[in-house]
Each structure stands twice: as structure tokens, then as C-alpha cells.
Design a protein around this ligand. Structure first.
Ligand code: 8IG
Length: 266
């Protein structure tokens, strides 16, 4: 395997350690659409870094996504790295760029990788604003973050231990299988039906590739989606990015509190 992506992640982690004075982080979070407020609730932000200053991080291109990396001291005394700058596959920067944040977290010592996103829901009873635990994924991107003969077992990728812990915080939390499409277009109704038939409950444009890289790096993965819209054809009205942002904003405080409570138990 080409070591370059791991060397770049190590220099990013070195930069973070130097800039924060925090040698090792315990947890890392990628906060997707709707989840941004969780950063304030999980603890005290001790350092805010501009992602663009960290080796390998690219400036975000989507409204509603922030380009910072924060070091947070959690209420339970752990060090969390909050990655506000997710690079999506649809940005065309390649899979290495997509998983650079995750690999940086691993190089920074992180053992628990928390991946969140905003997504489309395939279950009609999941109204916009419903948080759902990710139990497994379907990687429909036709690519992998791993290169060469890198055979990694993905059984229990989304840690059943961490899902059980989340349900202790909120026993009403449901679980679902997340299908990652490449985007940036939303699915056609036919593609949503296809996803449903092969076992998806959630459709989105992130997370699966990051989860694979996280497992490869030896981290335990926790994934949670915010259903911001019913997937195309499930709802009678067409999707709009404005609707997605709006649902995220409305649910923000509640789901961020929930995530912060889960993080407090890690
Ligand atoms: I937010 O309906 C959000 N992201 N693929 N489909 C896909 N990604 C999404 C959707 C959706 N909603």
C-alpha cells in the first residue's frame, strides 16, 4: 500500500498536536448537516483551528458546513477532536481527501470515531428531524478508501456496543442501514426503491467510506444520521437543499443534546 495518505495524516496530526498542545485525542467527531451545535454541548472548546491551515485538509464547498477543527475538553475529561470540515466524494478531490480527516484522527490517537450526517429517510414514520443510529451500510460509491490488497473485515463496523450505549441514553432511538450514493444529485424515486429493496433505510452522500477507513485504522465507529427529508418518491414533494438545511436547524438543539449525552458516556 502507498504510505503517502498515512504520512499526510501523520503530519496533520502533528500540526494539531503542536497547535493545541494536546498530544493525544481520544474521540473524534465529524459533524454533518444538522449536527453542528453538538460541538458546544460536548464540552469546552480549548482550541479552534482553521482546517485550511492543517496539512491535507481542503476548504469546504457546501453552505452549512464549517471549515474548522476544534479540540474540545469533554465533561468526562476526554479530549475530542471535532472535524467540521468534511470533504465529500462528490467534490471530486478523490477518496484519499474524503477520508483524510478520519486518518488524521487515528494518527492523533483517537480510538472512537463518531460519524454523523444529514440524510434522506426511507421509512415513512421517520419525519424530518428524526435521529437514527446507523447499524450497517451499503457502499454504493463503487470505490473504497483502501488501496491494493487491503482486506479489512467490516463485521460489526458500526459498533453494537456503542449503539447499545446510545440506546441507554435514549431507548426510543431506532436503527437503520445507511446507503452511501456518490451524489451530488439526490436519487431518483427508482433509485430510492432500489436502495430500499437491497436493504437501505437511509440514503446519503457520506459516512460509509469514512467508516471503512476508520475501521482500517483500528478505531471503533459510531454512526448517527439525522433524517432531514424523506427520500425522493417516499415523500410526495420534491427535495430542496433549503428544506434539508431547515430540518437540520429545527432538530439541531435536540439531536445535539442527544449526541453530547452519548459522548459523555463514552
Ligand atoms: I441532507 O435524500 C440529505 N442528503 N443521497 N439523498 C442523498 N443524500 C442526502 C439526502 C437524500 N438528504
Amino acid at each position: 500500500m502507498d504510505e503517502a495518505p498515512f504520512k499526510l495524516a501523520q503530519s496533520a496530526a502533528d500540526h494539531i498536536a503542536r497547535a493545541t498542545g494536546v498530544e493525544t485525542h481520544d474521540i473524534a467527531l465529524v459533524l454533518g448537516s444538522g449536527w453542528g451545535e453538538a460541538a458546544e454541548l460536548i464540552g469546552e472548546t480549548t482550541h479552534t483551528l482553521n482546517a485550511a491551515d492543517i496539512p491535507g485538509f481542503l476548504a469546504p464547498t457546501v453552505v452549512g458546513h464549517v471549515g474548522t477543527v476544534r479540540s474540545v475538553l469533554t465533561s468526562s475529561g476526554k479530549r475530542a477532536l471535532v472535524l467540521g470540515a468534511r470533504t465529500h466524494y462528490y467534490e471530486g478531490k478523490g477518496v484519499r481527501a474524503v477520508v483524510h480527516g478520519v486518518r488524521t484522527a487515528a494518527a492523533a490517537g483517537v480510538k472512537t470515531m463518531v460519524l454523523t450526517n444529514g440524510c434522506g429517510g426511507l421509512q415513512e414514520h421517520w419525519l424530518p428531524g428524526t435521529p437514527v443510529l446507523i447499524s450497517d451500510h451499503l457502499n454504493l460509491t463503487a470505490t473504497s478508501p483502501l488501496e491494493g490488497a487491503t482486506f479489512v473485515d467490516l463485521t460489526d463496523l458500526y459498533s453494537s456496543r456503542l449503539r447499545a450505549l446510545a440506546r441507554e441514553v435514549d431507548p426510543t432511538l431506532e436503527e437503520g442501514v445507511y446507503a452511501q450514493f456518490t451524489g451530488p444529485h439526490y436519487e431518483t424515486p427508482a433509485e430510492v426503491q432500489y436502495a430500499k429493496r437491497i436493504g437501505a433505510d437511509l440514503v446519503g452522500m457520506s459516512t460509509a467510506l469514512e467508516a471503512i477507513a476508520a475501521r482500517h485504522a483500528g478505531m471503533e465507529v459510531f454512526g448517527m444520521s439525522l433524517v432531514t427529508n424523506l427520500a425522493a418518491g417516499i415523500s410526495p414533494v420534491p427535495l430542496s437543499h433549503a428544506e434539508v438545511i431547515e430540518a437540520g436547524q429545527a432538530a439541531g438543539p435536540r439531536i445535539s443534546r442527544l449526541l453530547a449525552d452519548i459522548i459523555g458516556r463514552l
